[in-house]
Write a protein that binds this ligand. Structure first.
Ligand SMILES: Cc1cc2nc3c(=O)[nH]c(=O)nc-3n(C[C@H](O)[C@H](O)[C@H](O)COP(=O)(O)OP(=O)(O)OC[C@H]3O[C@@H](n4cnc5c(N)ncnc54)[C@H](O)[C@@H]3O)c2cc1C
Length: 385
């Protein structure tokens, strides 16, 4: 029986482990946290619409449901040519036929980033954002800035959607509490048109929402640094803020940067359409850790990570009629606002944008439950989801 080592316990790693077990391989998954985190629904932790524990799935439960081995440890060194992975504990893993790298991305660290919190950072930051919001509500008001940054080396690593979602959710929470007028909400980003890759229709809709909800905009100025009281831009203008939620763009994972794996300029692992790492025939990179090639609107998303994972499991098993990820590239999201959502879809041929007041919010909530229960094997998977 083939031995397969999977590094990372996010959407990519978990999906790979689940599907490889369906083919009955001996699978070992290494993760530095003992739970799988459902990132897309984490936007509701800061507004207390969901409990943190409800978006964490214990890896022990996934292990029980699917029968893969789990090692909780941190991957420190990958020596691909030596066929060796070193963990923080000192343990060396070299007994594998195939290695699947699914470690996700690191984040660019602009000056002063420690003064900010990110909804896309380590899971615990969602709780810190919640506490910060509680503090401002208790104080009776304040200025809150939400933003995201770019990566000039790889536009697919830029993540803005959750920033918009959190902003709209906070707006709605404040409206419900009857204290929206006590807060100034601003969205900032260095691009002229943040969110442009979702398509023109989505951009227009966002503009209308900003105006309707009296949300200020600060677009098109590079960020110089963050300070304890706000954001300073390239022209030295300052956005004063009591709290800044900032999503840094992704870049290569530290263990990947230090490894002998081939990388693009941003530090993501170079792969072909079948997620095989360039120059190796038994190593794969999937999800956010990989350099995704394609149209300039392409984005690192969870459903793409899962397609890559399922393809790799299939390709390892069959090794002919291999499946590629490129034809599955699209943007798919239900952008939630707390009282509804907008369905956004884009591929090479079409762009779709459909407002879904009220029901959209519950659909996304439903997806969260589906994600948990289907990953645990308690309900069947819907093909492609
Ligand atoms: C707030 C938010 C909302 C989102 N919404 C959507 C959405 O609506 N739709 C969508 O498709 N995508 C969405 N995404 C994107 C999606 O979550 C990511 O694309 C997806 O998580 C990528 O999965 P991954 O497994 O490649 O990486 P990750 O999810 O980052 O997982 C990496 C895993 O590796 C582990 N790890 C990292 N370093 C080490 C190490 N050194 N040693 C051992 N383990 C390590 C981590 O603990 C983690 O378990 C969202 C992301 C965020 C943050």
């Amino acid at each position: 029986m083939k031995k397969i080592l999977v590094l990372g316990g996010g959407f990519a790693g978990i999906e790979a482990a689940i599907y490889l077990r369906r083919y009955k391989y001996n699978v070992t998954l290494v993760s530095d946290r003992d739970f799988f985190y459902i990132y897309p629904t984490s936007i509701w932790v800061p507004t207390r619409e969901i409990k943190y524990k409800d978006i964490c799935i214990n890896l022990k439960d996934l292990q029980k449901a699917h029968g893969f081995n789990v090692i909780i440890d941190k991957v420190q060194k990958i020596e691909a040519k030596k066929h060796s992975v070193t963990l923080q504990s000192g343990k060396i893993l070299s007994q594998y036929d195939n290695l699947i790298i699914a470690l996700g991305a690191s984040k660019i660290k602009p000056k002063g980033v420690q003064y900010t919190l990110s909804i896309c950072g380590i899971p615990q930051q969602s709780l810190q954002i919640r506490d910060k919001l509680d503090e401002l509500i208790k104080r009776g008001g304040g200025k809150i800035a939400f933003g995201f940054g770019g990566n000039v080396h790889d536009s697919s690593a830029v993540r803005g959607g959750p920033g918009f979602e959190l902003l709209f959710n906070v707006h709605n929470m404040l409206v419900k509490k009857g204290i929206r007028d006590k807060f100034e909400l601003t969205f900032f980003a260095p691009m002229q048109k943040p969110g442009a890759r979702m398509g023109d229709k989505a951009l227009d809709m966002m503009d209308i929402t900003f105006k309707k909800n009296k949300i200020k905009k600060q677009f098109g100025k590079k960020i110089k640094e963050f300070t304890a009281d706000g954001v300073i831009f390239e022209d030295n203008s300052k956005l004063l803020s009591d709290f800044v939620m900032f999503i840094s763009a992704g870049n290569g994972h530290q263990a990947v940067i230090q490894s002998d794996l081939p990388k693009n300029e941003a530090g993501f692992v170079k792969i072909n359409d079948f997620c095989e790492v360039d120059g190796f025939n038994n190593i794969y990179a999937i999800g956010d850790v990989s350099a995704i090639e394609g149209p300039n609107w392409r984005a690192k998303q969870g459903h793409i990570a899962e397609v890559m994972a399922r393809n790799v499991a299939y390709n390892i098993h069959t090794n002919n009629n291999k499946k590629g990820y490129a034809k599955h590239l699209n943007i798919l999201c239900i952008m939630d606002s707390g009282n509804g959502a907008v369905f956004i879809y884009r591929n090479n041929k079409k762009e779709k944008m459909m407002p879904m007041p009220i029901i959209g919010h519950w659909l996304k909530k439903g997806w969260g439950h589906y994600c948990r229960l289907s990953k645990l094997g308690r309900i069947p998977r819907i093909p492609g989801m």
